[in-house]
Design a protein around this ligand. Structure first.
Ligand SMILES: [Zn+2]
Length: 411
């Protein structure tokens, strides 16, 4: 049976001007036609879903940086304690609830950027099979990090050992093996940690390259041979430049840049996921509430300044900007993801550009048939009571939203 969804305004996720009285025709979970309602007509024997007057239809939102395994608890020690005290099955069960909260908030696809035991791969599969309700999930399994590195959680006592919390790798062959292990586990892409937050002796050095150039190249080469993309946690400086020129597909955070780095992103077609929200979120708590050292606080202040400059430079140069939040880390699932879109607007993007970052461009990053209202793509549709181009913050008001995944309304 065909379904026609109609609204006063249609945003298709490409950046094109909105269509007045727009409609999408859906059959078997896919979009079969898009246009003005007057041109599409009413399907014979089909169903018509008419949005409330003044509503906008747009693609379901996408968040390309979430951690469904994490709760969003702000204190560093409490965050770690959860991961030690909870079994991986318990973490997976909790993440199913977070996935549903995310879907209800209008997010029909997410990219999960690391989970203990790789459990979000299993959640993604359960959702795909219809056993659990949630957004479409692209999951990396465990993040790859050098021994003692960003995701190898330094600071524990010597006698402690955490199996599968992350995947420490060393040397080019070590990273190749790591990539193969995650692919064997069922990962959809690979996450690595190439450069990290650091307060250097030289003024203005806020980064440290953590993986060697050889390690980065090996991880990228191996993942690309499986036609999988690679995402990297980055901070800035030479390590970020090496990440880009050695072929990493998406750079996360990337606070500190210069003209050479921006130019390299354009040349290599790198996707930039600034995660403005998690950076801002740090300032909604005191350093004590987060258990942060004076050094970390200093770093956060410097990165807060830098990220706005990077965003403006990236936009001016035509870098592909994506909306990802780091939800799960200091941010609760479903309630806050929309704020990244608002921050992109505050950082100089037009509301339309910010919406495209959270739909069409995010879909390009993932390489999935989602993120636009276009024939052939999954019918992931969001109806918003009001006009998000006039005020993007209405995307955060759940009572204004009606969410359709694969043409079926989420209830
Ligand atoms: Zn993250």
């Amino acid at each position: 049976m065909k379904t026609l969804i109609v609204a006063d305004r249609l945003i298709d996720g490409t950046g094109a001007s909105p269509v007045e009285r727009g409609a999408v025709l859906v059959e078997k979970g896919r979009i079969v036609a898009v246009g003005r309602q007057a041109d599409l007509g009413v399907p014979e024997g089909g169903k018509v879903v008419e949005a409330a007057p003044g509503s906008t239809m747009m693609p379901g939102l996408i968040d390309t940086h979430v951690h469904l395994a994490y709760s969003g608890i702000p204190h560093k020690k409490a965050f770690r304690a959860e991961l030690v005290e909870m079994s991986y099955p318990a973490i997976a069960l909790r993440s199913a609830r977070y996935a549903l909260d995310t879907l209800k908030a209008g997010y029909t696809s997410v990219r999960d950027m690391h989970a203990p035991g790789g459990v979000i791969i299993d959640l993604a599969n359960a959702i795909e099979k219809g056993e659990v309700q949630g957004p479409r999930i692209m999951a990396c399994g465990r993040g790859l990090s050098v021994t003692g590195g960003h995701m190898d959680q330094p600071g524990w006592a010597d006698h402690t050992e955490f199996r599968d919390l992350t995947l420490p790798c060393d040397g080019a062959e070590g990273f190749r093996l790591g990539v193969r292990k995650e692919i064997k586990r069922g990962a959809h892409f690979i996450k690595i940690n190439t450069c990290i937050s650091f307060v250097g002796k030289e003024p203005g050095v806020w980064w440290r390259q953590e993986m060697t150039d050889d390690e980065i190249r090996a991880a990228v080469d191996e993942a690309h041979s499986f036609e999988m993309h690679v995402a990297a946690h980055t901070t800035g400086g030479p390590g970020l430049l090496s990440t880009i020129v050695n072929g990493v597909d998406t750079v996360e955070h990337a606070h500190f840049t210069d003209a050479r780095i921006i130019e390299a992103m354009v040349k290599h077609g790198t996707f930039y996921v600034p995660t403005l929200l998690v950076n801002d979120r740090n300032f909604e708590f005191t350093p004590e509430e987060q258990g942060l050292s004076a050094r970390s606080w200093k770093w956060l202040n410097a990165s807060r300044e830098a990220k706005w400059k990077t965003l403006a430079a990236a936009r001016a140069a035509g870098v592909r900007i994506c909306a990802g939040t780091d939800t799960g880390y200091m941010l609760t699932h479903g309630e806050m993801n929309w704020r990244e879109i608002h921050l992109l607007v505050q950082g100089g993007l037009t509301p339309m550009e910010a919406i495209v970052a959270a739909t069409g461009t995010n879909a390009d990053l993932m390489g999935w048939d989602v993120g636009r209202l276009k024939p052939g793509l999954h019918a992931d549709v969001l109806l918003v009571a009001g006009d998000p181009l006039a005020d993007v913050t209405i995307l955060g008001q759940r009572d204004r939203l009606r969410v359709f995944k694969g043409g079926v309304e989420v209830v």
